[in-house]
Design a protein around this ligand. Structure first.
Ligand code: 4NP
Length: 154
């Protein structure tokens, strides 16, 4: 099972979601992340995201930002989007129903409110990054239980 976390820049939210989810899933799962824009391509995650993750013993410092590609829709089984605007953008790039079925809003898949967004912490401070970490950690717990449940089918 291959999972892709997607946000706007792939330097704050989705790198955190990737690092957190990797720590919760068995090794036979592949977890990666990408952004809908290529502005930060090749960059490591935002230093505040690296710091907040390290505070919780999650290492995201080696990750590099990359934009989502057409091939990702074939490679990955599940594509989780961090907010509704990213969700709409990712959906707009799908080419068939099979692709569309793979795409969901992260917090909705985690059983939270419909249309719930993981807020963008980029323009905020460390406390915003900590809040995002907590939201992602709780959401990843829910999704990991779902994905590893014996009754779950792709
Ligand atoms: P992310 O945060 O989507 O969580 O990685 C952002 C990163 C960069 C920008 C916006 C949001 N930006 O405008 O450059």
């Amino acid at each position: 099972m291959k999972i892709l976390m997607v946000c706007l820049g792939n330097i704050c939210r989705s790198p955190l979601a990737e690092g957190i989810m990797k720590a919760k899933l068995p090794d036979n799962f592949v977890v990666d992340s990408a952004g809908t824009i290529s502005m930060h391509e090749g960059e490591h995650p935002d230093r505040r995201a690296v710091k907040v993750a390290a505070n919780h013993d999650v290492n995201i410092s080696e990750q590099r930002s990359r934009p989502i590609t057409k091939a990702d829709f074939r490679t990955f089984d599940k594509i989780y989007c961090m907010d509704t605007s990213v969700y709409k953008e990712v959906l707009s790039r799908t080419e068939n129903e099979e692709d569309r079925q793979k795409v969901s809003l992260f917090l909705e898949a985690a059983g939270k409110d419909k249309n719930a967004d993981v807020p963008d912490p980029y323009w905020g401070g460390m406390e915003d990054f900590e809040k995002v970490f907590q939201l992602l950690n709780a959401g990843c717990d829910e999704i990991a239980v779902h994905l590893t449940s014996p009754t779950h089918h792709i």
